[in-house]
Design a protein around this ligand. Structure first.
Ligand code: PDD
Length: 278
């Protein structure tokens, strides 16, 4: 399979990563996951903008223009022949040799890689929903940076897996933030609540899309912190991300709290989202 390696598209077997690459040693890097449907990227500009924004928040210089990055990604799509799938794009700060916490000087080039995987939409799961657990948000305080150091996210995802769930809903002192790899929203009396953007959550691209859909459908979206009590009292709960789109939650811990999954509002958003990608 072809992959992106710096400014080239090469065979995966040709890629060489140095053992002193800072991504490998420090988790010093950023990433994006971008979905392609029918041989076209969805929300490519938004993902590229967020990639640049993550880079600037850690003072990492991307030595490519946005147009060059898009061109590379488009070439990857053509050369892999993937119809519907996900690209994982990552940039690390390059090599510090010998190992040194300090940012290297500007002459050290970052390392860009991108891999494409063919993945169909999981309509079955989207109609059944996912089981979740609730656990403490153990991550750091800059969750708006889409960085590759994801140990906190991985640990809570693993906890969910051990408890037979697909996703972990996270809270800080009783305030729901987001999930291990998605944003979360609740529906109460026809209104949608979700945590405001800021340093405690990743500003989701999927969230931008479903918010637009909600606006068109006439559902008010309230971007204010809400509590665990609000979560348990919700009429509907859904998660959102590039890979799972608008995914209903069918269970929280051992409790099945909802009469119908997906609920009316979630289902309307799913339909509107599908319309956006078609
Ligand atoms: N995760 N919050 C977190 C912590 C995430 O990791 C993600 C996405 C989201 C949703 O962002 P978006 O709608 O832009 O995909 C929210 C990706 C898919 C991942 O790490 O695989």
């Amino acid at each position: 399979m072809k992959v992106i390696w710096n400014s080239e598209i090469v065979e995966r077997s040709e890629v060489r990563i140095d053992p002193e690459d800072r991504g490998y040693q420090f988790g010093d890097g950023i990433y994006e996951v971008i979905r392609a449907y029918n041989k076209q990227y969805f929300c490519l500009d938004e993902h590229i903008d967020r990639f640049y924004s993550s880079a600037s928040k850690i003072e990492m210089h991307i030595p490519y223009s946005k147009e060059e990055l898009k061109e590379l990604l488009n070439r990857l799509l053509v050369e892999t022949g993937v119809h519907t799938g996900n690209v994982y794009l990552q940039m690390t700060r390059g090599i510090s040799s010998p190992r040194n916490h300090m940012y290297p000087d500007a002459a050290v080039l970052p390392m860009l890689t991108g891999t494409m995987t063919s993945v169909e939409r999981d309509a079955d799961q989207m109609s059944k929903g996912i089981a979740t657990i609730v656990t403490e948000d153990i991550r750091w305080l800059k969750c708006d940076i889409k960085m590759i150091s994801l140990l906190g996210n991985i640990m809570v995802k693993h906890e969910a897996h051990k408890r037979n769930a697909e996703e972990a809903i996270l809270h800080r002192d009783g305030i729901v933030t987001e999930c291990s790899s998605s944003n979360v929203a609740i529906v109460k009396d026809g209104k949608i609540w979700t945590h405001p953007d800021g340093n405690l959550i990743l500003p989701g691209i999927t969230k931008i899309v479903w918010k637009k859909c909600a606006e068109k459908l006439g559902y008010p979206v309230i971007e204010k912190p809400f509590s665990l009590d609000d979560l348990y009292d919700a009429d509907e709960v859904f998660c959102s991300s590039t890979t799972i789109e608008v995914m209903p939650v069918c269970k929280i811990g051992n409790n099945v709290l909802f009469d119908q999954v997906p609920g009316q509002v979630t289902m309307a958003l799913q339909k509107a989202y599908l319309h956006e990608i078609e």
